[in-house]
Design a protein around this ligand. Structure first.
Ligand SMILES: Cc1cc2nc3c(=O)[nH]c(=O)nc-3n(C[C@H](O)[C@H](O)[C@H](O)COP(=O)(O)OP(=O)(O)OC[C@H]3O[C@@H](n4cnc5c(N)ncnc54)[C@H](O)[C@@H]3O)c2cc1C
Length: 639
């Protein structure tokens, strides 16, 4: 049976939808809030902000993370900045412009209502964070400073050097710690959610494993929020933290939550190139660097000269040449494909030939080294430590790498999934970014979800739902605990010959080759054959040492890789069915004469929401049509 996907976008003019909705939503009486328990899985920007705010409002919150402290969530890695339509630069920005840039940047595959709300809330986020003491960069006169990010012609990105995520997370973390100390939030670090419990069609809790003792436990609540981040690590090599995984959302999918646009993956153009098989992680060089760095390759294929010896007229500043209006700040999907194209022509640089230069020589000449150091000092230092090359003197070498997942669990305007009571925020939901996220918009979305949207919409859910009293002794919890324990035992009992990482690496290679920067029918069909074979081998031959009654990182990883081995297949299925190109999803069969993504709005202006159909069965495709009342669908151009 297919699902009824009701996006619940409020009626009325775009600019009034959220306010009107907030007014029309039901409220929970302040004295009754403490009677409700809300589970929040994840303590990154999306989860940490939600947990602190819900507790501040008076709800009982249980918050979970797999790290030893909430402040180690992967959000801490975010470098470049956070967007907001403050128009401090007086350069023509507005809420509408941020809305439009985001819809266009996502190649018209996101909802107008959600995106407008995001742009509207962006301004409140900055105020909230400043009030918390987040040390955003400032101008000489004290005003907050801005820089530009890809896909925008205004400067609207607020930043704290190259550590914006860290500073924002410290803000959210302090707010969270205050509530932990107050007793409003009970924090469960080093605890991994391994199942969602659904009773009478409603999400009523989770089953967890204590990563230190191995104890499996149940937690009941009136509502569950998953803020568990993105699943880019399905590709093995990505800019994500090692621990980032899909387990929470994948297990929720298998309990009935629809998974939207799983194939929409962002490949970031500016990462340090891969150096060899030994690597388990890639490093991002923030997009903010493209404010001052110029991207180029030699005009001649196979030119291996020291870049400083290559004269100006023998260089191809290919982004400036191809996209004069946006230049080096062309959006990520477009900049990545352009880099791949010049490397495919044999003009790539560095030992592997899979690299392009990001050159600061002009900016240093124009602004002086001190200014560049002030703007990007920590990024330059990080680059030098990793590559042993000094980017003040030699151009950086960069290449695209997997970075962010626009896909995720389907949610309506209230951020509720297809299971009542299950809410999904931050990178874990399919979000507001369509087929391509603009830089500096993930932090904005996670914090809009956590600080401003979820606290209102969960109140509405609780006030308008009839929820029977349920506790962790309910048979549904016991059954889920049994399944979790059985899977854990099975992983340990196989006692095969291959490490978990070797399976993960092989899956990553399949995904990168066939479902990476560009995709075609034959390749996707190959992947759809290879992945189930690899999965079968995993369950036959994986080796997970140790026991389940202790800290066992191989066991943790095995569970996550088992889920990636299923999710990867769904991603390829989604990519195969969407025969158009849009944003980061580039189907080679669908391109314009000059090689840009060619959408097919007639056939594909919808969200693809996949529904689990059971073990070994093909998932069911549900479609949520996208309705555009305010913007005109057009060929995306940055020329
Ligand atoms: C290197 C890098 C730089 C970036 N820079 C920027 C930038 O400058 N601007 C921008 O806007 N975006 C940036 N992004 C993207 C942005 O950082 C992320 O999209 C965002 O921080 C995700 O936040 P989140 O709260 O959704 O998830 P996360 O911060 O990933 O948090 C996930 C949380 O869920 C928990 N969790 C996960 N699974 C489980 C489980 N099964 N059980 C229990 N807990 C679980 C984790 O412990 C963690 O607390 C960057 C991303 C990377 C990789």
């Amino acid at each position: 049976m297919t699902l009824r996907l009701d996006s619940r976008i409020p009626p009325g003019p775009l600019a009034e939808k959220w306010n009107r909705h907030r007014f029309e939503m039901k409220l929970v009486n302040p004295a009754n809030k403490r009677k409700h328990t809300v589970i929040i899985v994840g303590s990154g920007l999306a989860g940490g902000a939600a947990a602190a705010t819900m507790s501040e409002l008076g709800y009982n919150v249980k918050c979970f993370c797999f790290q030893d402290s909430p402040r180690r969530a992967h959000s801490i890695a975010a470098q470049g900045g956070i967007n907001a339509a403050k128009n401090y630069q007086n350069d023509g920005d507005s809420i509408y412009r941020l809305f439009y840039d985001t819809i266009k940047g996502g190649d018209f595959r996101s909802r107008e209502g959600n995106v407008y709300r995001l742009a509207e809330l962006s301004v409140n986020i900055i105020d909230q964070c400043v009030a918390q003491g987040v040390p955003f960069a400032r101008e000489y006169g004290g005003l907050l400073s801005n820089r530009s990010f890809g896909g925008a012609q205004v400067s609207r990105t607020f930043y704290a050097r190259g550590q914006t995520g860290q500073q924002l997370l410290l803000g959210a973390y302090q707010a969270l710690e205050r509530q932990i100390a107050r007793g409003g939030v009970k924090m469960f670090p080093r605890t991994e959610m391994l199942d969602l419990v659904v009773i009478d069609g409603k999400a009523r809790g989770i089953v967890t494993r204590d990563l230190v003792t191995g104890a499996i436990e149940s937690h009941a609540a009136e509502a569950v929020v998953l803020a568990t981040g993105g699943y880019g690590n399905v590709y093995y090599l990505s800019t994500n933290a090692q621990g980032s995984n899909a387990t929470a959302i994948w297990r929720a999918y298998k309990r009935g939550a629809a998974f939207a646009n799983p194939c929409f993956t962002q490949i970031h153009p500016t990462c340090i190139p891969v150096t060899g098989e030994h690597q388990s992680k890639l490093t991002l060089m923030s997009e903010s660097l493209r404010n001052d760095g110029r991207v180029w390759v030699p005009k001649k294929a196979g030119d291996k000269r020291d870049p400083r010896q290559i004269p100006e007229n023998e260089r191809d500043y290919f982004l400036e040449r191809k996209y004069p209006a946006f230049g080096n700040l062309a959006p990520r999907d477009i900049a990545s494909r352009a880099a791949k194209e010049v490397c495919d022509e044999g003009r790539g640089v560095g030992p592997s030939g899979l690299g392009v230069f990001l050159d600061f020589a002009d900016a240093i000449k124009r602004l002086g080294r001190a200014v560049i150091e002030e703007r990007y000092g920590n990024l330059f230092e990080m680059y030098e430590r990793i590559t042993d090359e000094n980017p003040y003197e030699v151009p950086m070498r960069i290449y695209p790498a997997v970075h962010y997942t626009m896909g995720g669990l389907w949610v309506d305007y209230n951020l509720m999934g297809t299971i009542d009571g299950l809410h999904v925020t931050g990178e874990a939901n399919f979000s507001d970014h369509g087929a391509n996220r603009l830089g500096a918009s993930a932090l904005m979305q996670g914090l809009a979800d956590g600080y401003f949207i979820i606290p209102s919409t969960i109140g509405n859910y609780l006030a308008s739902s009839k929820l029977e009293k349920v506790d962790a002794s309910h048979p549904a919890f016991k059954a889920a605990e049994g399944e979790v324990a059985a899977t854990t035992r099975k992983l340990l009992s196989i006692d095969g010959k291959r490490t978990v990482s070797s399976f993960h690496r092989e899956l990553g290679k399949i995904m990168w080759e066939y479902c990476g920067m560009s995709r075609n029918e034959a390749g996707l069909r190959t992947a759809l054959k290879k992945i189930p074979e690899l999965r079968a081998e995993f369950w036959r031959d994986v080796n997970v040492p140790g026991s389940d009654a202790e800290l066992n990182q191989a066991l943790e990883k095995a569970g996550r890789v088992a889920d990636f081995l299923e999710l990867g297949e769904l991603m390829c299925l989604d990519a195969l069915h969407r025969t158009e190109s849009c944003g980061a999803h580039f189907r080679e069969e669908s391109q314009t004469p000059d090689g840009e993504a060619l959408r097919d709005d007639e056939k594909f202006a919808y969200v693809a929401a996949w529904q689990y159909a059971g073990e070994g069965k093909i998932p069911i495709l549900n479609k949520e049509p996208l309705v555009f009342e305010n913007v005109k669908l057009s060929q995306r151009s940055y020329k």
